[in-house]
Write a protein that binds this ligand. Structure first.
Ligand SMILES: Nc1ncnc2c1ncn2[C@@H]1O[C@H](COP(=O)(O)OP(=O)(O)O)[C@@H](O)[C@H]1O
Ligand SMILES: [Mg+2]
Length: 259
């Protein structure tokens, strides 16, 4: 549980287009790291390389290394399916399986991973995951109803429950609150604060207040112009990035002068 991520000189391509260039960074266990930067600078693209989701797009590939506790995800013979189990992902739009019950949504990843499990173990895993996602009390009496009947904020927490049900080491979240109202957003932020006891968390956010509220470290990405690759410009303690960054572009971005 909760592992260190080491990225070494990573270049990320869509066919011949170099979308992100030369990223190196270390993300410590039990921390929350925020990725910020203007639209199109490659935050989502880079995030998806951390669990080999990038390569599901035809022609998409990387050069460089991503190590999780020292093991390169891109080493020959590594099974991307196992990587995605170790490094879970939550998306911008909550995407529960609409016709599946709340219970089956929580178990969806576990079943995909084809672990056969007695019903009593399934029940306790469902409860543990929903408690972990701060959703149990709201849904415990309607586990058999479809996940699509929940509010947006509840659906996002259901997706987090589904992600943690497979016991990952790392949780990646791509703008998990961008479709949520302020109250649901705060619920997710509180949850992130709790989850960091157990997971290494990386969150992409456009919300500067959110980055300052939830993250320990912040990585600022930028692009020099359209068609140019995104780059990691500055990576430091969140307080430093927002109060005394060392690069002018970071200062301009966090103070709202562009982006
Ligand atoms: N599936 C794709 N195929 C080709 N190019 C893509 C694809 N997804 C994103 N891109 C390009 O990669 C760059 C980075 O995009 P993205 O990672 O979505 O940025 P961000 O998340 O920071 O807004 C952009 O130029 C975007 O157009
Ligand atoms: Mg994005």
């Amino acid at each position: 549980m909760s592992k260190r991520i080491n990225v070494r000189d990573l270049d990320v391509y869509y066919s011949d287009f170099l979308a992100v260039e030369g990223v190196s960074m270390t993300i410590e266990p039990r921390t929350v790291t925020a990725f910020i930067g203007p639209s199109g600078c490659g935050k989502s693209t880079f995030l998806r390389t951390l669990n080999r989701m990038h390569e599901v797009i035809p022609g998409a590939r990387v050069r460089g290394e991503v190590l999780i506790d020292g093991d390169n995800l891109y080493a020959p013979g590594v099974d991307p399916v196992l990587v995605r189990r170790q490094v879970g992902m939550v998306f911008q739009r909550a995407n529960p399986f609409p016709t599946m019950s709340i219970r089956d949504n929580v178990l969806a990843g576990v079943k995909l991973n084809s672990r056969r499990m007695p019903k009593s173990d399934q029940d306790s895993l469902v409860e543990r995951s929903l408690r972990g996602a701060n959703l149990w009390n709201e849904v415990k009496d309607r586990l058999q109803l479809p996940g699509s009947g929940l509010s947006g904020g509840q659906q996002q927490r259901l997706c987090i429950a589904r992600a943690i049900a497979v016991s990952p080491d790392v949780l990646l979240m791509d703008e998990p609150c961008s479709a949520l109202d302020p109250i649901s957003t705060l619920a997710i932020e509180d949850l992130i604060e709790e989850l960091k006891q157990d997971y290494t968390i990386v969150i992409v956010t456009h919300n500067m207040q959110q980055a300052t509220r939830v993250s320990d470290k912040t990585a600022f990405f930028n692009i020099a112009g359209s068609g140019k690759p995104g780059r990691l410009i500055e990576y430091d303690d969140t307080a430093t990035i927002f109060t005394k960054p060392s690069v002018q572009a970071t200062e301009d971005y966090v103070s709202g002068r562009f982006g």
